[in-house]
Design a protein around this ligand. Structure first.
Ligand code: KG4
Ligand code: ZN
Length: 351
């Protein structure tokens, strides 16, 4: 009998206590939630180590996870004031991400769940970002529009139910976060790019006309044109020896990048007659974007559900939140579960 089958008759709890574990990139994270209440969220990051190399070095990330995983879980339990025997399930990111990094969290989660005799739940990282909204608003129920903007994905989705969604539009090339990271590199800003572009943009004016129109119709995105425009602008100025304001470039880039996200999300909400837009992913931590989205929603009678900034970037509370969705669907997995480097957006949950 497979491990998951042990739980086929499990009496589901209304507000189970779920341990979430996340190790897909450079954050080793563990969190405990009870229902939709966050009891703790611990994030041990190797970002400062990675910054020396200008990006994430997979081997350094895997080693950092190995060093940090036990401490992260212990701290998450201690801060939640929950003993491990009180846990009802363990939810873990099985993909997408760096394979070696994922395997650290996954192996830990498998042995932890097995030792405690509780179900193991496999979470798609990106579904975790989308589920962070359920923690931000515990009363939130589908249907609603989801605006997803992370380092790897940019999409507008119609979330029909807790487990089904329709992709209305997605990026045809770079993701929004990737565009922020590339713009940061051109501007000579250190890793991680997004927050540093935001900081510099605060000192600048939106005075440069970067392309606001993106190729393709509907709700699709394309960030490569904007990225090229930023690169060309800076290089041309430098070749001609003309002075230019890096802060103005940052502010103008940010306005164009965020304008596309806000415009498409609001248009999709109107078309689908949805009164709620729930956002998720690292780029949603951007203060300028949050303000613009909140204002645009306010003008259209739409409610914006924005997770706190620390729950937009990688964390384990969002993994536990999606874990709760899968727990209610009795979607438990066997211990043979493997990590997955790529998971297409829209793939059904792991069985
Ligand atoms: O969701 P996330 O933490 O990881 C992925 O699953 O990809 O997103 C990381 C991305 C990076 O590209 C980072 O530059 C971007 O989110 N990001 C931001 C901000 N904070 C993180 N972009 C713009 N402004 C920010 N404040
Ligand atoms: Zn992420």
């Amino acid at each position: 009998m497979g491990y998951a089958a042990r739980f086929s008759d499990l009496q589901l709890k209304e507000r189970p206590i779920i341990l979430g574990i996340e190790s897909s990139c450079d954050e080793t994270a563990a969190a405990v939630v009870r229902g939709r209440e966050i009891l703790s969220s611990v994030i041990l990051s190797s970002a400062s180590e990675q910054a020396k190399y200008g990006g994430v070095v997979p081997e350094i990330a895997s080693r950092a996870h190995t060093d940090a995983i036990s401490a992260a879980v212990e701290r998450a339990l201690a801060e939640a004031n929950v003993s491990k025997n009180e846990l009802d399930a363990v939810a873990v990111t099985y993909g997408a991400g760096l394979l070696g990094a994922l395997l650290v969290g996954l192996s830990f989660a498998k042995s932890f769940a097995w030792a405690l005799g509780v179900p193991l739940i496999a979470v798609d990282h990106i579904r975790g970002h989308m589920a962070a909204a359920y923690l931000a608003d515990p009363a939130l129920e589908p249907p609603f529009i989801t605006l997803l903007a992370s380092g790897g994905h940019t999409a507008v989705l119609y979330t029909k139910s807790y487990t089904e969604f329709e992709i209305l539009g997605s990026t045809r090339d770079d993701a929004a976060g990737e565009a922020f990271d590339k713009a940061a590199r051109v501007l000579g800003l250190p890793y991680p790019g997004g927050p540093n572009v935001e900081k510099l943009a605060r000192e600048g004016k939106e005075s440069i006309e970067f392309p606001k129109m993106f190729r393709g119709g509907g709700y699709d995105f394309s960030y490569s044109g904007l990225k090229t425009a930023v690169i060309n602008y800076c290089h041309t100025k430098e070749q001609k020896g003309e002075p230019y304001s890096r802060a103005d470039v940052a502010a103008s880039f940010q306005a164009a990048a965020c304008g596309a996200l806000v415009g498409r999300a609001v248009a999709a909400a109107k078309e689908k007659n949805c009164r709620v837009i729930a956002a998720g992913g690292g780029v949603i931590a951007n203060g300028y974007l949050r303000e613009r989205l909140t204002n645009a929603c306010g003008q259209s009678g739409i409610r914006a559900v924005l997770p706190e900034k620390r729950f937009c970037t990688d964390n384990a509370a969002m993994i536990a939140a999606e874990g709760l969705v899968q727990y209610r669907a009795r979607n438990f997995v066997d211990l043979s579960l493997n990590a997955c480097a790529h998971i297409p957006l829209g793939k059904k949950g792991k069985q």
